[in-house]
Write a protein that binds this ligand. Structure first.
Ligand code: 13P
Length: 251
């Protein structure tokens, strides 16, 4: 049985005051919940502060992105080692917003994935197709390409210390969630793709679903056989919504 993960991706939202009230309530709720890890990924400036508000052993800190380089003249960038130093255990990589707005190619995503693991962190690797790609019938090709860009670069054994997240672009922030069946279909595709290289690793791999997950659809999504939790955007900014989603992860 794979242990669920429910991760909050705050994106470019929040402030110190909101961080305090939100994280305190989430930490208290998650504390002692069986079978689920809660991960909170605030913007960089709040990482240390948010980490300091966490006391539950199943609540962890994550970064939303990291640089593809270890150090050097890269103004504005933050390294995997730096976020590890301030308490992160996870880092998101390959989010469609990074791919689309910041030109992150499969090669850059693969490089970042390796950096994250080299710093001792667990990558949350996001993959997902656009509406166009789905309508043109290339959803599977797109997902497999995105997964293999990293699985090939990183060596399949590194998938043992990684988490995947399927986030269909058409479902992100739109209120239009993939149906449990649509999500399950893609999660199964991802797991079978990994299984071609290692059935053990595929069996143990946590694959999260992201895209308009709310309190009222989380239970149904998470009850699918290949869905092991969620990566939550909008609903992670509301303590009541997010806690209900975490609770769905513990069922
Ligand atoms: P929403 O939950 O707001 O759709 O965002 C999903 C997401 O992109 C999480 O990384």
């Amino acid at each position: 049985m794979r242990r669920s993960i429910v991760a909050a991706n705050w994106k470019l939202n929040g402030n110190l005051e909101m961080a305090k009230s939100l994280v305190t309530v989430i930490d208290a709720h998650s504390n002692g919940l069986e079978g689920v890890d809660t991960v909170i990924c605030p913007p960089f400036p709040y990482l240390s502060y948010v980490g300091g508000l966490m006391s539950a052993s199943n609540v962890h800190l994550g970064a939303q992105s990291i640089a593809e380089y270890e150090s050097g003249a890269y103004t504005g960038e933050v390294s995997a080692e730096m976020v590890a130093e301030v308490g992160c255990r996870y880092a998101i990589v390959g989010h469609s917003e990074r791919r689309e707005y910041y030109g992150e190619t499969d090669a850059i995503v693969a490089a970042k994935f390796s950096r994250i693991q080299a710093a001792g962190l667990i990558p949350i690797l996001c993959v997902g197709e656009s509406l166009d790609q789905r309508e043109q019938g290339v959803m599977q090709d797109t997902i497999v390409r995105q997964v293999n860009a990293v699985a090939a670069e990183a060596n399949i054994s590194n998938m043992q210390n990684a988490v995947l997240a399927y986030e269909p672009i058409w479902a992100i922030g739109t209120g239009e969630t993939a149906s449990p069946e649509q999500a399950q279909e893609v999660h199964e595709i991802i797991r079978s793709e990994i299984a071609k290289q290692s059935t053990d690793i595929a069996e143990g791999l946590r694959i999260l679903y992201g895209g308009s997950v709310k309190a009222n659809n989380a239970v149904e999504l998470f009850s699918q056989p290949d869905i092991d939790g969620g990566l939550i955007g909008g609903a992670s900014l509301d303590a009541e919504q997010f806690n209900a989603i975490v609770a769905a992860g513990s069922l």
